[in-house]
Design a protein around this ligand. Structure first.
Ligand SMILES: Nc1ncnc2c1ncn2[C@@H]1O[C@H](COP(=O)(O)OP(=O)(O)O)[C@@H](O)[C@H]1O
Ligand code: SF4
Ligand SMILES: [Mg+2]
Length: 305
């Protein structure tokens, strides 16, 4: 449904450019949940921003194509992208970010979203969607955002994002800033929504949720895809040394010790090292790694494979 081909993006900084995505190629098959995982700063939000045409003003697309069906989104007009953002794709950001207008009721904002995009203001659909996210429609429709808890607002936002019947739902850390019980409740709801066959891109640090929800997993490290494949395989048999560390360092949901992540820091994106991007932290590094970039082949970018 969506294919990213050799996408490279920089952020311009005074006197330097930050190479934040480097030669990213990824497919997002229709009807599947693809999770993007990787530590903070690995480029997940930049990638979702590129898909939605919502990059910061200092971002420069250096190369690549972003194919929605057969249309290269990187060549579209701002008007077409605005339409794409709501009619074909829809996005839910972190709960802490103010997506709601504080002076209008939730119900009104849901209908306004439809009107703004030339879609009939469909009240039965609004109620059905609120029920789907397990909110009581009568109560929530009349409520102002501050009258709901953070978790309820985020559930209402998921309902709103589905008002225009998008084909793709992008969730960028949708449960960050919510308490644990609310997080798991929201993932239950997303699992139910997924049953309807909606294509999703899920960015989250919650690997338990990824294991539960995702069909496919793509692992990003310093702006490159180091491993991609079916979720079950990635969790059972992570091949890339970074994926191995990431999965081992996931907090144990049963309250056990948190294993330590990779030693050291990610590379300086103003000056990418010549070989494998993970070489400075990799416990399995060999000489070739420092000289040549390993290609992503059969789902893994590592000379050992
Ligand atoms: N507008 C910007 N200008 C400069 N650097 C940015 C900008 N936005 C993000 N970055 C940097 O780009 C890198 C990737 O950021 P981001 O895509 O937000 O990663 P993630 O979502 O995985 O945490 C980080 O180093 C971040 O600091
Ligand atoms: S290519 Fe080399 S440095 Fe990179 S992950 Fe594989 S073993 Fe480690
Ligand atoms: Mg992010």
């Amino acid at each position: 449904m969506l294919s990213i081909r050799n996408l490279s993006i920089d952020y311009q900084l005074p006197g330097a450019a930050l190479s934040v995505l480097q030669n990213v190629s990824l497919d997002f098959p229709g009807g599947q949940v693809t999770a993007l995982i990787g530590e903070s700063g690995s480029g997940k939000t930049t990638l979702t921003g590129a898909i939605l045409g919502l990059l910061a003003s200092n971002a420069r697309v250096r190369a690549g194509r972003l194919l929605w069906k057969d249309e290269n989104l990187l060549e579209q007009t701002p008007e077409r992208l605005r339409q794409f953002r709501w009619r074909q794709a829809s996005v839910v950001f972190q709960a802490a970010q103010g997506a709601w207008n504080p002076s209008l009721t939730i119900g009104q904002q849901m209908l306004d979203t439809c009107a703004d995009h030339g879609f009939p203001a469909h009240q039965p659909r609004r109620e059905m969607l609120l029920q789907q996210v397990r909110l009581t429609p009568e109560r929530v429709i009349a409520a102002y955002p501050h009258q709901l808890s953070g978790g309820m607002r985020q559930r209402a936002l998921i309902a709103m994002s589905l008002m225009l019947e998008p084909e793709l739902l992008i969730l960028d850390e949708p449960t960050t800033a919510l308490d644990l019980i609310t997080q798991s409740y929201i993932f239950d709801i997303l699992a139910e929504i997924h049953q309807s066959g909606l294509t999703m891109i899920l960015v989250t640090h919650d690997l338990a949720a990824v294991a539960r929800l995702a069909d496919r997993v793509a692992v990003l490290y310093a702006g490159t895809v180091v491993e991609v494949g079916p979720a079950g395989e990635i969790f059972e048999n992570p091949r890339h040394p970074y994926t191995q560390v990431l999965i081992r360092s996931a907090p144990d949901v049963h309250g056990g010790e948190v294993a330590r992540g990779a030693e050291g820091l990610p590379p300086d994106l103003r000056q990418r090292p010549p070989g494998c991007i993970f070489a400075s932290r990799c416990s399995q590094v060999i000489e070739r790694c420092r000289a040549e970039v390993p290609p992503l082949k059969e789902g893994v970018a590592c000379w050992h494979w």
